[in-house]
Design a protein around this ligand. Sequence first.
Ligand code: SF4
Length: 311
Amino acid sequence: MNRTKIDYVTHTWNPITGCLHGCPYCYARRQAERGLGAYGRLPKGERFKPRFWPGRLAEPLNAVKPRRVLVCSMGDLFGLGVSDNWRDEVLGVMGACAGRGFGHTFLVLTKRPEEARRYMTQDDTGSNVRVKMQENGWESREDLLNIAPPGSVLPDDPVWPLPNVWLGTSCEDQAAAGERIPLLLETPAAIRWVSLEPLLGPVDLGEWLYPWHTESAHAEDCDGTCRNCPVPVQVQDDLMLNWVVVGAQTGPGAVTPEEVWVRDIIRQCREAGVPVFCKANLGFPDLPRQYPQGVELQTDLNPYEGHAREG
Ligand code: SF4
């Protein structure tokens, strides 16, 4: 894993690199084609082909302190040319980190949510990943029960979908949002998020941020007749976005987003109560970097508290 300047994570991890999506603004392809580091040992013209790097798999398992990790920042885990077996290997490490109590949070971003949905919902993915988790040192609760001293308190097995994996899709404009976000919302994931980077136009997220609705709640010792009841409680629908990131295009000929586009996205998120993070590369110093201000995003999801939601 490498430390990174990407301001919503602490590290990147690239056990798979390369992508065939062909976005004209792709920063990762420019970097790979320059031939820096390990890319320099690859033939020109093949540096950005999908490639599996088994030697990088164990990096999160060797990091002691909790990290917030962008997975495959130099490619797309669900891209064309990436096999399910490679994905099992990568998720097996992320799952082992959850199962072994490492505090890492893994952020996955894809432009192919239809492939993420296919992979995450097919029958054997969970069991294949579980096998890889065991190969990475995670032992199931049943196994631990056999060797644990009497009276030990043991964690439950990690749940599926993995509780420490946030699944997102990147959308550059309204058309991409309309195509990709509904597919993302049909995919099992602990947290679902969208990266509006590079933002190339105004985006209305309303359909996928709403509805919030209210339910009544009563104090435990109240029969519901006191004058303070009912207490409204905001309830988030499972099938909506949990987090929004906004960023700008960089590099030669970059399109600068208009401030009004970004302000409108912040307004939409604020009204829906959904956290939004504005990357520094937007270049609008007067805009809030994140909403809610000063509230850390939930990075310490406990694998054993069953935060996962089914899509
Ligand atoms: S999907 Fe991402 S990695 Fe692939 S070409 Fe587009 S920007 Fe690059």
